[in-house]
Design a protein around this ligand. Structure first.
Ligand SMILES: Cc1ncc(C[n+]2csc(CCOP(=O)(O)OP(=O)(O)O)c2C)c(N)n1
Ligand SMILES: [Mg+2]
Length: 345
């Protein structure tokens, strides 16, 4: 399918059919998860400006519906392989905000003991197989995951996320070639947020529709503009099940938008005038909130109470991280080599 348009819709347009067909319970569950990601990152951004976080901090604000939707479509054993813009995936998979915030601050209680930081969130039990900092280099790694699942006949699917900026990188081509050649149980999802750092995709992409490449890799294709998490669950769910039941890989392009700069040091001055506001008017988080009010009769007060509760949860995570110790310096040598056979698999 190649019918998606990335043109902002006017304010207050009709709610998407996917939300109209969802129950109150599932709409609320997904809204809550999206809001948790957004508030987590806002608290993290504040902590960054207070000097509590070193290095890079890439926020996922605006794209949350994708992490929440894919997580809903996954089964136990399925694997996410993500870029450095990875907080949303970890939280959507059920990783604890305390451990995630502590990781941002490099603390011993962090999700990988404080040695990975923002770009390397990892939790095998939750199906969160990283956080990769090097653009495009995780695409063959993800093919390796999918190869292992197929070889061991695990029935598991790998879902690999990449940015539009990874499309011209050598390893992207290498990984996708192998996935198509070996017909691996994998879904590659390009989160096209229109920019790689400050460069608009018109200056990097020779062909606008990324999914035309799928034919060259012998993959299925899908392409859509994200509206809400239910839609993402549905569309990626189809690709995930095709990978699981037929070992048929898919290349998906999701047209999305990030509301903040590339990282905390980017004031995002390269945007066209009015662009940000236009995209904000169809923020999937706000669209899902509207569905809760208009379709399920939720009051402003109830939604505000939920927001307050989530803000408290994320502020408590900041306090937890603040009060956590730094890692033992020796910890940096752990995991360089396998010390014990039980760690080998
Ligand atoms: C191989 C490599 N080259 C350059 C960089 C520096 N870099 C970090 S993020 C980025 C832009 C990537 O943009 P995109 O893939 O669109 O992802 P987005 O940040 O929009 O999510 C670049 C060039 C890097 N990390 N790795
Ligand atoms: Mg991008």
């Amino acid at each position: 399918m190649s019918t998606a348009s990335n043109t902002p819709a006017p304010d207050q347009e009709a709610l998407p059919a996917t939300l109209a067909g969802a129950s109150h319970e599932e709409t609320l569950r997904m809204y809550r998860e999206m809001l948790r990601i957004r508030r987590f990152e806002e608290v993290a951004a504040r902590a960054y400006t207070r000097g509590k976080i070193s290095g890079f901090l890439h926020l996922y604000i605006g794209q949350e519906a994708i992490a929440v939707g894919v997580s809903e479509a996954m089964k136990d054993g399925d694997r996410i392989v993500a870029t450095y813009r990875d907080h949303g995936f970890a939280l959507a998979r059920g990783c604890e905000p305390n451990a995630c915030m502590a990781e941002l601050m490099g603390k011993a209680t962090g999700i990988v003991g404080g040695v990975g930081g923002s770009m390397h969130f990892f939790d095998r039990d939750k199906g969160m197989w990283g956080g990769y900092a090097i653009v495009g280099n995780h695409i063959p790694v993800a093919a390796g995951h999918a190869f292992a699942s197929k070889y061991k006949d695990e029935g598991a699917v790998t879902i690999c996320f990449l940015g539009d900026g990874a499309l011209g990188i050598g390893p992207t081509h290498e990984g996708m070639t192998l996935a198509g050649l070996w017909q691996l149980p994998i879904v590659y999802v390009v989160e096209n947020n229109r920019y790689s750092m400050g460069t608009p995709l018109e200056r990097t992409l020779p062909v606008k529709d990324v999914t035309v490449r799928a034919a060259g890799y012998n993959m299925e294709a899908d392409r859509f503009t994200v509206t809400d998490p239910m839609q993402v669950r549905e569309r990626l769910g189809e690709a995930i099940e095709r990978a699981r039941t037929e070992n048929r890989p898919t290349l998906v392009e999701i047209l999305t938008y990030r509301f903040r700069g590339h990282s905390m040091s980017d004031p995002a001055k390269y945007r066209a005038k009015g662009e940000l506001e236009a995209f904000r008017s169809r923020d999937p988080l706000e669209v899902t909130k509207r569905a809760l009010m208009e379709l399920h009769g939720m009051s402003e007060e109830k939604l505000e109470a939920l927001d307050d509760e989530i803000f408290e949860e994320m502020s408590a995570a900041e306090t937890f991280a603040d009060e956590s110790p730094m890692p033992d310096p020796e910890f940096r040598f752990k995991h360089h080599y396998i010390e014990d056979e039980s760690e080998a698999d």
